[in-house]
Write a protein that binds this ligand. Sequence first.
Ligand code: NAD
Length: 297
Amino acid sequence: MTEIIDGNAVAQRIRDDLGDAITTLEAEAVTPTLATVLMSDDPASETYVSMKQDDCAEVGIEAIDVEIDPDAPAQELYDEIDRLNADDNVDGILVQMPVPDHVDKQPVLRRIDPEKDVDGFHPENVGRLVAGDARYKPCTPHGIQKLLEAVDVDPEGEDAVIVGRSDIVGKPMANLLMQKAVGGNATVTVCHSRTDDLATKTRAADIVVAAAGVPEMIDGSMLSEGVVVIDVGINRVDAETEKGYELVGDVDFESAKQKAAAITPVPGGVGPMTRAMLLYNTVKAAGRHNDVSVSLP
Ligand code: NAD
């Protein structure tokens, strides 16, 4: 029997468990506060931000919604980040990516106070993650670690193959899985667009994390029996639905399921965990910022 890993259920557990930490903060008169900054009129980005705002409201995190005209000069975004860095009521800052083409992403990431960088993308936080002393683990790979833990998959000694080397998923995932720490200790191979003979690599894996952004590119023939498959991909493909599209992952779910011991669905796998771990990092940031010791799930 293949286990279908229920990301919604695990994310709900994490949200519930964050309640204790939020109660501890409230007892010290601290309301954890996340500022989301949107400089885009892309409907997908707008949806992501509004979902994050809703998630905050559900668990008792205050969400500040900052919107900047996508045609405004980059300086306007910089000034807003400076203002939020200086605002003592703000614990976490998230700038929704992508920013418009005329705004350089790297200076934006570097400008956010690393203590408020709940995405974990500031170079200081990336460095700390690599050094094995993470302040805020990036939400998607951290969520994947929690999913593996929830289904009793210990990466220790396992061969993990990650397909994708992006700064937000592939690279931090590789780092977390290779760390000499609980939830790590795997032997990690990172594959990407220039990888030769991907199928030979994925077939040798005990754990496959697919994060390439290519619809259903990994099918059952590329996997071995008993593999654990984590599908990060969220791809819109044309379909005869009301919206005219459907969401599929980077894994061909039906054929992969025939081989896998456990597999995440899309939607309902990794996505809800990414959202839950943003709340986790915000609560952690509020504890650090206000010098309140909180116990995190
Ligand atoms: P990205 O485009 O930044 O990176 C994709 C990576 O995949 C690159 O490193 C590239 O080298 C590699 N790649 C592309 N084609 C490949 C191929 N044919 N074979 C091997 N490697 C290939 O994407 P990203 O931001 O890392 O996101 C990846 C996917 O995950 C997207 O579908 C994205 O929407 C999704 N995503 C989901 C969540 C979530 O919460 N579920 C979070 C972030 C990203």
